[in-house]
Design a protein around this ligand. Structure first.
Ligand SMILES: C[S@@+](CC[C@H](N)C(=O)[O-])C[C@H]1O[C@@H](n2cnc3c(N)ncnc32)[C@H](O)[C@@H]1O
Length: 236
């Protein structure tokens, strides 16, 4: 029985992505045989490590400014025998162009979603792919949800942003409600474990979990998450 409040301990990804979706995304990227893979805002690097496992010739670079997450990434890389093919660093300024670039739930590293789609163009080699994960409105939000989350496009508007920059959408998938439920449950689970272990003394953890759950239930089925595999044409 887990008893320590952790730090994303119950999540495989810090985005609403199931193992099944991750497997499919990895297969899609492997088909383009990337030799170099860059993940900007990689968290603990789970997707990057899975991609490197599936592409045994490839080298990877993960960037995240959260030191604790980088430590988890490095430890997982060691356990999977990947340390000679992957490195992690904290500074997005260290990003160098690659055959495959991953930017999932981390567009803010570059500014707005529009800023990110432009900046990432220069980081993907011509003929390469960008795996881009971003939020959108599946249904019109309530005023409360919109005030909390901010402005977002709907899915057609998101895809228009992408093609306006020159990317070609090779594939897109949208997280299911089950993927969102699993993600939000895993996100709150660290706090719930603390409440279970410490009872009434974990007042702050209980408050955070209850607020998070209430907020999630308001946006459930309204806030969407899209994973886009985007191609940069070879002649650009
Ligand atoms: C929502 S998480 C997504 C993590 C990962 N891509 C995933 O899906 O599991 C966003 C990540 O971006 C990182 N991040 C945010 N701003 C950053 C910056 N300026 N430079 C580097 N990393 C950043 C955060 O630390 C966090 O791990």
């Amino acid at each position: 029985m887990a008893s320590n409040a952790g730090y994303y301990d119950w999540l495989n990804f810090n985005s609403p992505i199931s193992d099944c979706t991750a497997d499919r995304l990895v297969r899609l990227q492997v088909a383009n045989s990337p030799s170099t893979i860059l993940d900007v805002g990689c968290g603990w690097g789970e997707l990057l490590l899975r991609l490197l496992t599936a592409c045994p010739e490839a080298e990877g670079h993960g960037i995240d400014h959260d030191e604790a997450l980088i430590k988890r990434a490095e430890s997982n890389a060691e356990q999977r025998g990947l340390t000679d093919r992957v490195r992690f660093s904290p500074d997005a300024g260290a990003a160098a162009p690659a055959d495959l670039v991953v930017n999932v739930g981390a567009e803010h590293v570059f500014g707005t979603v529009d800023d990110a789609l432009v900046a990432l163009w220069d980081l993907v080699h011509p003929g390469g792919h960008l795996l881009f994960g971003y939020q959108f409105w599946e249904r019109p939000p309530s005023a409360e949800v919109k005030a909390f989350i901010g402005d977002l496009p709907d899915l057609p508007q998101l895809l228009a942003k992408v093609t306006d920059v020159g990317w070609r959408p090779l594939d897109f998938v949208v997280s299911s409600v089950q993927e969102w439920d699993e993600f939000e449950s895993g996100y709150m689970r660290d706090w719930e474990e603390m409440v279970l272990a410490k009872g009434d003394t974990a007042v702050e953890a209980r408050k955070r979990a209850d607020e998070q759950r209430a907020g999630y239930l308001q946006r459930r089925g309204v806030l969407g998450f899209a994973l886009l595999t985007l191609g940069r044409p070879a002649d650009t």
